[in-house]
Write a protein that binds this ligand. Structure first.
Ligand code: G3P
Length: 218
């Protein structure tokens, strides 16, 4: 399973990249706003800055909700850097835009996916990724991980090339559940990725190894 970090914070992206296991980055307008990135010029430059830190795919989201606007924005974003993947919402105009962008060789990430049906249409339009939001489904007492498993099964059965990118991951256990459900990618807060390392037996075991070493070596 690939790991993306879900943030527009350059320090966190650098820290994740330094870990050596990062495969990409996802952003969205809320994450960009959280970092105080505003104005088209600054936003576009920020995407380039992220691409220059990481080796993998960087999702950059369109703001338009009409077809013409989405394809214009999508082409502009894609021209910024070869690592850019254009993020498009799972709405009617978005599916049309994904079809067009795919025909131009531009990779896409269909975002705000909350159902198998939305994922099916995105895959048929040629999306590179679909992003089901598992945390937001959990928030509505609906099993987000179950949706990941259903989409994975559908893509495997029909042999769609679209990858399942589990998004809206809120904690470390979500990551483990994504592995079990067969997600291709999990985009996570850095804290949730680092949480995979947490184990008291590792900490106590390391402490004992070092104590024993120093007891004879000084
Ligand atoms: O990847 C989508 C993510 O940024 C949304 O997360 O926690 O706002 O549902 P959240």
């Amino acid at each position: 399973m690939k790991f993306f970090v879900d943030t527009a914070n350059l320090e966190q992206i650098k820290e994740a990249q330094d870990l050596g296991v990062l495969d990409g980055v996802t952003t969205n307008p809320s994450l960009m706003a959280k970092e105080g990135i505003k104005g088209e010029k600054n936003i576009l430059q920020h995407y380039v800055d992220i691409c220059n830190i990481v080796d993998g795919d960087v999702s950059a989201e369109v703001i338009s909700t009409d077809y013409e606007g989405m394809i214009a924005e999508g082409q502009k974003l894609a021209a910024l850097h070869p690592q850019i993947v254009v993020k498009v919402p799972a709405i009617k105009e978005g599916i049309k835009a994904i079809k067009f962008l795919t025909s131009k060789g531009i990779r896409t990430n269909c975002t705000l996916v909350f159902s198998v049906g939305q994922a099916l249409l995105a895959a048929k339009a040629g999306a590179t990724y679909v992003s089901p939001f598992i945390g937001r489904l959990d928030d509505t007492s609906t099993d987000g991980i179950q949706l990941i498993a259903e989409i994975v099964d559908m893509f495997n059965y029909y042999e769609y090339g679209t990858q399942v990118l589990a998004a809206s991951i809120r904690h470390t256990m979500h990551i483990v559940q994504c592995v079990q459900a067969g997600a291709d990618v999990a985009t996570c807060p850095l804290k949730a990725i680092l949480g995979l390392l947490n184990h008291p037996l590792t900490d106590s075991g390391l402490k004992k190894f070092l104590e024993d070493y120093h007891s004879v070596n000084g």
